[in-house]
Structure formats: C-alpha cells, structure tokens
Ligand binder design. Structure first.
Ligand code: DGI
Ligand code: FE
Ligand code: FE
Ligand code: FE
Length: 187
C-alpha cells in the first residue's frame, strides 16, 4: 500500500501523540531496514500499522483473541500486550494488508518471539528507539543499533523486563522466551 494511503488509514485509529510516535517508528524502521538488509517497503508498512489496534476497547480485543484462537494466556497478562496480535488481525481485515511477514512483525512487536525474523527485529527495535522515546537507557540502545541489531535488541528486551520487574509487574512468558532465544543464539 502507498505510504500516504496507509498513514491516512492509521491516523484515524490513533491519538495525535501516538500518530507522531508511528511516524518516528516509520523513519527509524526504514533506516534500520536499509542498514541491515531488510525490505524497506515491508518495514515501512509494518511500522505504519504496528499500533493500529492500540485504542480499541478491551472487550473488542478480548473477543478477537478468543474467537481467533490467539494465545489465551495473553488475557491473564497486561492488556497492553493485546494490541499487537489484535492489530495484525484488524490490519488484514480492515486495511487489506495480506503480507504475512508484515502481519507477523505487527503481531510480535510487543513480546518478540524465538526465531523472530529480521523484519520483526527491525520493528521491535524501531518501536523502542524512535526519536520520540525518552526513557532511561534509550540512548545506549540507539548507539548499539548502529553497530549490532541483535545486541541492541537484547538490551531493549532486557530493559523492558527490568522495567516491568522494578514495578512488580508480571512479565509475559513470551518476552522471557525472546530474551533467552536472543542471548543463547549469541553464545
Ligand atoms: O505500543 P507501544 O507503547 O508503542 O509499545 P509496545 O507495544 O512495545 O509495548 C506496550 C506496553 O506493553 C508497554 O507499556 C510495556 C508492556 N509490555 C511489554 N512487554 C510486556 C509488557 N507488559 C507485560 N505485562 N509483560 C510483558 O512481557
Ligand atoms: Fe505497540
Ligand atoms: Fe516495543
Ligand atoms: Fe509503538
């Protein structure tokens, strides 16, 4: 889909702040894609749509997770996790995106997954380091991203887990599996 058309569709789904975040993820994802040999058009499309479902009502998201047979253990964890798989579903249904690699990059942008593709890594990382992000440690990850996609990704996943644990929040198992996969692979 053309960038302008995709942005028009997604803008209607988001707040202005979240739309600006999306533009940041788009620019960052294209840069990372070029740097690490990933299809730039797929990176652009996945980035534009990655938070498509962010503001859907919880009841709607819960219903989609159940009816589509998505992992129901999601329902026992933070509802912030739900917009990723639900987004992949709605982007196909409502925006007509059919590229499974793009849809998977949306599906796994919050938890990652073992065996994640380069495109999935690019979207996860772009979401974490886009210029609008200001949390502690983000500059270090931005610097690492210039050198190693995997090292930067490990740091991002690690920071996310530590952040949740410091707040006594549960961590979704898939997030731990992603971390274990990334560090085991590098040994
Ligand atoms: O949608 P964004 O805010 O751009 O970013 P995101 O989709 O990466 O993450 C959304 C939220 O999900 C973020 O506030 C942290 C939370 N989160 C990420 N991984 C986990 C998680 N929450 C729990 N409970 N467990 C996780 O593993
Ligand atoms: Fe998100
Ligand atoms: Fe993220
Ligand atoms: Fe995001």
């Amino acid at each position: 889909m053309e960038r302008e058309k995709a942005l028009e569709l997604v803008k209607k789904q988001l707040t202005e702040h979240r739309y600006q975040h999306t533009l940041g993820v788009m620019e960052t994802a294209i840069t990372l894609a070029a740097q690490y040999g990933v299809d730039e058009k797929k990176a652009e499309e996945a980035a534009i749509f990655h938070d498509y479902a962010k503001f859907r009502p919880k009841d709607e998201m819960r219903g989609i997770i159940v009816s589509q047979g998505f992992p129901e253990d999601l329902l026992a964890y933070n509802s912030e996790l739900w917009h990723a798989p639900v987004g992949a579903y709605l982007v196909e249904k409502e925006a007509g995106i059919t590229d499974q690699e793009v849809l998977d990059a949306i599906r796994y942008h919050t938890s990652g997954r073992p065996g994640m593709t380069l495109l999935e890594k690019v979207i996860y990382l772009a979401d974490y380091i886009e210029p609008g992000r200001h949390f502690p440690g983000v500059d270090e990850v931005r610097e690492m991203a210039k050198v190693s996609l995997d090292q930067a990704l490990i740091k991002a996943v690690q920071n996310t887990i530590l952040f949740l644990m410091k707040k006594n929040q549960p961590v979704y198992p898939e997030t731990f599996y992603t971390y274990n996969y990334l560090v085991t692979k590098l040994e």
